[in-house]
Write a protein that binds this ligand. Structure first.
Ligand SMILES: [Zn+2]
Length: 270
């Protein structure tokens, strides 16, 4: 498996520079990574419908889903499987993106899942995605999907990108709930993992529905459903596959993407 998919010197230099700047530029997010249970606590009690309503209007969601469906014909009908690195590289070519997939496994390096860089940064001719392959393959695929979400979002929503580099720091999901571009990217991950027919099954039976759409309290039964789904669809077992010091981060991710999917169904019926 090639680690260096895109060995052009300009890409290598840009990735190396951004990696060396991660600690200073994403300092607050890395601080959050060091306290994963704080993030977890915030996510567990948060009403995701409120965040969706505020940060991702329905027409934007439809446009994003349509664009993803163009790329992945089964999107929101079937689970998007784990994509090995060479498949990510093919995607990157189709999307006219630079891709760098390489491990960054130092202690703080593990905080970083990846980043998306707009061409505003440096001398890049195309946007660039970096994914940290030191993480579990499911996490790597998820990161890639999140970064493609940024890319598609900036292309079709015509958002004026304020930041040239979007860092994806593990277990910093609480902050994504207030950042429209991050939330939109996470929504694409959520739909990839929980296509509509499956979401209707999991979230209609396992969660309580009220008159007013809300996505707040996750029951134990619902979490068990989510874990069963991840096992069936990806052969993924949180406790078995994730080292103990990353468990809380991954549990955060699991709860975040599940609650987001539930909120999409509750608020937008998608
Ligand atoms: Zn992001």
């Amino acid at each position: 498996m090639p680690n260096q998919i895109n060995p052009q010197p300009e890409i290598e230099r840009t990735v190396a520079r951004i990696l060396s700047e991660t600690a200073s530029k994403a300092g607050a997010k890395i601080a959050a990574w060091k306290k994963p249970t704080d993030d977890l606590r915030r996510l567990v009690s948060h009403d995701y419908v409120r965040s969706l309503r505020k940060n991702l209007p329905y027409h934007e969601l439809r446009a994003l889903v349509a664009a993803f469906s163009g790329l992945l014909p089964g999107f929101n009908r079937e689970v998007v499987g784990i994509m090995p690195t060479d498949q990510l590289a093919e995607w990157a070519v189709a999307l006219k993106l630079h891709l760098k997939a390489a491990p960054n496994d130092s202690i703080e390096g593990m905080a970083l899942r990846g980043f998306y860089v707009t061409p505003k940064e440096g001398l890049l001719k195309r946007p660039l995605i970096y994914v940290n392959t030191a993480h579990h393959p499911l996490a790597v695929s998820t990161t890639f999907c999140h970064e493609v979400g940024h890319h598609i979002g900036s292309q079709i929503l015509g958002r004026n990108e304020e930041t040239a580099v979007h860092f994806f720091i593990d277990s910093d999901y609480a902050s994504h709930l207030h950042e429209p571009a991050e939330l939109a990217a996470d929504v694409m991950v959520s739909i990839a993992g929980y296509p509509e027919p499956l979401a209707r099954k999991i979230f209609a039976t396992a969660w309580e529905w009220g008159l007013v759409a809300k996505a707040k309290n996750l029951t134990e039964a619902a979490l068990a459903e989510v874990q069963r789904h991840l096992m069936r669809a990806y052969g993924f077992d949180l406790v078995k596959h994730i080292p103990e010091n990353q468990l809380a981060h991954h549990l955060s991710g699991m709860i975040h993407f599940a609650k987001l999917r539930w909120a999409l169904l509750a608020e937008y019926d998608i």
